[in-house]
Design a binder for this molecule. Structure first.
Ligand code: ATP
Length: 235
């Protein structure tokens, strides 16, 4: 279980997170909805140790993450797939993937097994393994970003807007992959603007506005909520 309790986070004097309470239980697929600038990325960056919480606690399986180094957090099993992919475009697909396994670099056999696993999940990446990551299509690059995160061996995967900027057919593939990863046992916390598709695969969902969680519930309840429909889904 990954649990945020009363978490605040600031950029200078600007408060991006304001007393956030949120949890992802083992095995769940939890969706985080929110408009641009609501604080979704800040939640992920704070959980990953890339931003420092200014208050509150983030616990993963009873260990306090606040104050830990990002690499320690990955070692514990909380791994971020960042918004905008953040690939190294000149490096090959394989090199990008192996960067995700950096904290496990001593375990060559384990990394090879993990690589076989991600290649079976994304056969196209096996075909393109020697190609520069920047030469792939947007959808394929997103697959590399997800696969790189999987190389970190997440127990909980933080996925920040994986469908952003992708064509509808590719968005569908990305959501299918996320569901497969979750069904294979990885807890997923997913931030999405594509609210309808995200709620369809979620077990639970939160809505964040201006750094505060303003709603939490079953996907159906949120989907039928007038305010949520109006703000995030449309007619
Ligand atoms: P988006 O979908 O646009 O990424 P988000 O919900 O992920 O939105 P955050 O990126 O967490 O939102 O940003 C929350 C707030 O913090 C916004 O008002 C944003 O402008 C501000 N913010 C984010 N990063 C920084 C930064 N490095 N310095 C100052 N302010 C920041």
């Amino acid at each position: 279980m990954l649990r945020f309790e009363n978490v605040s986070q600031h950029y200078g004097s600007f408060r991006a997170l304001n007393g956030v309470n949120l949890e992802a239980r083992d095995g769940e697929l939890v969706v985080l909805l929110g408009a641009n600038g609501a604080g979704k990325s800040s939640i992920f960056l704070t959980a990953s140790g890339l931003n420092r919480a200014s208050g509150g606690s983030i616990r993963f399986r009873n260990q306090e993450l606040v104050g830990m180094k990002p690499s320690q957090i990955v070692e514990l099993g909380v791994v971020l797939c960042p918004e905008g992919r953040k690939l190294f475009p000149q490096m090959s697909v394989l090199q990008n993937l192996m960067l995700g396994a950096y904290v496990h670099r001593g375990d060559k056999a384990g990394n090879q097994r993990k690589l076989d696993e991600v290649y079976s999940l994304f056969p196209i990446l096996a075909e393109r393994s020697g190609q520069a990551a920047g030469s792939l299509s947007g959808g394929q690059q997103q697959m590399v970003a997800i696969a790189r995160a999987l190389m970190g061996r997440p127990q909980t995967l933080l996925l920040d807007e994986p469908s952003l900027g992708l064509a509808p057919l590719v968005v569908k593939q990305v959501f299918e992959v996320i569901q497969r990863i979750n069904r294979a046992g990885t807890t997923v916390l997913l931030a999405e603007q594509n609210a309808y598709a995200a709620l369809k695969i979620a077990h639970r969902a939160y809505v964040i506005e201006s750094g505060r969680i303003v709603m939490e519930g079953a996907p159906d309840a949120l989907m039928n909520n007038t305010a949520v429909r109006k703000a995030y889904i449309g007619a």
